[in-house]
Ligand binder design. Structure first.
Ligand code: GLU
Length: 448
C-alpha cells in the first residue's frame, strides 16, 4: 500500500466512515486508489470536481425482501440486492450472484470493480451488481424457479435495456437467467431481449457468452506471456474453481496446447496428470451438479485432496477462477517457489493484496480480474448489440470479437502502465486506464 494523495486519502476515509464493516468493498476501493496518485497529481480537475468521492458512492442501492415457497410448502425469506453504481459510460451492467455469503458489502465491492472492468472493455456499459443470499445448492428446479420469479417481481421495476442490464455470476447460470427473463417478460408484457444477458441461444442469447469469461482470461494470459516472448503452449496450468469460468478457461488453455492438471471446489481439489477431461468435468458439474471428488473417482490417474490447497500444485500458469480472497500471500509464496510465470484472475479479486505484492516482488506476470476476466461482460455487451439489431452472430465471429477485445484490454493496461511510469504493472495500468475514461465522462456531464 502506498501513501495516498490527500484527495484520495480523504475519499478513502469517507468510504470507511460511510460503509462500516464492509471489508471487501474497502479492499476494492483501496486497490484502485493506490494506483491513482500519479493520475490525480497530473490532473487536478479530478480532485477539484470531487470525481473520486462521487465514484465511491453508488448512484443507487436497492435492497429488498424475496419471499418464496419451498417444496414442503414452507415460506422462506431471502434478501435481494442491486447496486447501480455508475452510469457514466452506459446502462448499469453486471451480474447477479446467488450465494449465502452475499451481503451489501460484497455487492458493493463487485459493483465497484465492475465500473472499471466495463470501462476497460471499451464498450458503452456502466457498472452495477446484484444478487441474493439465496443458496441454490440442493434445491429443486421448481424451488429455484419460484425464488427467481419472486426476485424479479421486485427487480423488474428497476431494470431495462437502457437502464440496468443484469446477467449471471456465481450461482446464476442459464437456468436462473431463463426463469428471470420469463418473469420479466410476463410482468412487463414486453419482449425486451436486451434487459438481461447470458440468455439461452433459443431466445436471444449470444454464442460464446457461456465460454467468454474463461476464454477471455486465457487470451489475456497469452498476451501477457507474449510480452516476454513466451507462449502458453506446453505450459503446466492449474485452475481454482470448477464452475463456468474455470471450465472454459481450462478448455481454451488446452486448445492452445497447455497441460491443465488441477482444479477445485469448496470441498477440495483434484490433480489429473493426464490433463483434465473437460467433457467429464462438464458432465459432472453442469449436468449432474456434482463435485470434483466425483471426477477423481471416474479417472484412473486423478487424485482428490480434501486437505491443503490447489496452489501447492507446481505450475507455470495459475488461474484463480473461484471467488474473492481465495489466494493469500502463503499461497503466492508457494506458487513462486514452484516457478510460476503468470497469474491471471478469472474470478473477481481472488488474490489478496499481500498475495499480489508477493507475486509482483517476484516478477510474476499478474493480470488483475478487472482486466483478465473482462471477457464475460464484454461478450454480454456483444449480446446487447445483437439484441438491439435483432441479429445473431456465428460462434467464430463472436469469438474473434472477444479475442480482439481482450487484446485491446491488454494493450490499454500496458499503455497506461507505461505512460504513468510503471511498465508491466497491469494492476496500475488497469486502474488508471479505466478510471480516466469514467472520470472524463463524468467531468463532461457536470455535477451529477
Ligand atoms: N458476472 C460477470 C462479471 O463479473 C459478468 C457480468 C455481465 O455479463 O454483466 O463480470
Amino acid at each position: 500500500m502506498s501513501d495516498l494523495h490527500p484527495t484520495l486519502a480523504g475519499a478513502f476515509q469517507t468510504v470507511l466512515d460511510r460503509n462500516p464493516g464492509e471489508a471487501e468493498f474497502h479492499q476494492a476501493v483501496r486497490e484502485v486508489l493506490d494506483s491513482l496518485n500519479p493520475v490525480v497529481a497530473k490532473n487536478p480537475e479530478y480532485a477539484d470536481q470531487s470525481i473520486i468521492q462521487r465514484l465511491c458512492e453508488p448512484e443507487r442501492q436497492l435492497m429488498f425482501r424475496v419471499p418464496w415457497t419451498d417444496d414442503e410448502g414452507g415460506v422462506r425469506i431471502n434478501r435481494g440486492f442491486r447496486v447501480e453504481f455508475n452510469s457514466a459510460l452506459g446502462p448499469y451492467k453486471g451480474g447477479l450472484r446467488f450465494h449465502p455469503t452475499v451481503n451489501l458489502g460484497i455487492v458493493k465491492f463487485l459493483g465497484f470493480e465492475q465500473i472499471f472492468k466495463n470501462s476497460l472493455t471499451g464498450l458503452p456499459i456502466g457498472g452495477g451488481k446484484g444478487g441474493s443470499d439465496f443458496d441454490p445448492k440442493g434445491l429443486s428446479d421448481g424451488e429455484v424457479m419460484r425464488f427467481c420469479q419472486s426476485l424479479m417481481t421486485e427487480l423488474y421495476r428497476h431494470i431495462g435495456e437502457y437502464t440496468d442490464v443484469p446477467a449471471g455470476d456465481i450461482g446464476v447460470g442459464g437456468r436462473e437467467i431463463g426463469y428471470l427473463f420469463g418473469q420479466y417478460k410476463r410482468i412487463t408484457n414486453r419482449y425486451e431481449s436486451g434487459v438481461l444477458t447470458g440468455k439461452g441461444l433459443a431466445y436471444g442469447g449470444s454464442q460464446v457468452r457461456t465460454e467468454a469469461t474463461g476464454f477471455g482470461t486465457v487470451f489475456f494470459t497469452r498476451e501477457m506471456l507474449a510480452t516476454k516472448g513466451l507462449r502458453i503452449s506446453g505450459r503446466r496450468v492449474i485452475i481454482s474453481g470448477s464452475g463456468n469460468v474455470a471450465i472454459y478457461a481450462a478448455e481454451k488453455a488446452q486448445e492452445l496446447g497447455a497441460q491443465v492438471v488441477a482444479c477445485s471446489d469448496s470441498g477440495g481439489y483434484i490433480v489429473d496428470e493426464d490433463g483434465l477431461d473437460i467433457a467429464l468435468l462438464r458432465q459432472i458439474k453442469e449436468k449432474e451438479r456434482g463435485r470434483v471428488s466425483d471426477y477423481a473417482e471416474q479417472r484412473p490417474n486423478a487424485t482428490f485432496h480434501a486437505e491443503g490447497s490447489v496452489w501447492d500444485v507446481p505450475c507455470e500458469v495459475a488461474l484463480p477462477c473461484a471467488t474473492q480472497n481465495e489466494l493469500d500471500d502463503d499461497h503466492a509464496r508457494s506458487l513462486v517457489e514452484n516457478g510460476v510465470l503468470a497469474v491471471a484472475e478469472g474470478a473477481n479479486m481472488p488474490c489478496t493484496p499481500k498475495a499480489v505484492e508477493v507475486l509482483a516482488n517476484a516478477g510474476v506476470l499478474f493480470g488483475p480480474g478487472k482486466a483478465a476476466n473482462a471477457g464475460g461482460v464484454a461478450t454480454s455487451a456483444l449480446e446487447m448489440q445483437q439484441n438491439a439489431s435483432r441479429d445473431s452472430w456465428h460462434f467464430d465471429h463472436t469469438e474473434q470479437r472477444l479475442d480482439q477485445i481482450m487484446v485491446d484490454v491488454h494493450a490499454r493496461c500496458a499503455e497506461a502502465a507505461e505512460t504513468y511510469g510503471q511498465p508491466g504493472n497491469y494492476v496500475a495500468g488497469a486502474n488508471i486506464a479505466s478510471f480516466i475514461k469514467v472520470a472524463d465522462a463524468m467531468l463532461s456531464m457536470g455535477v451529477i
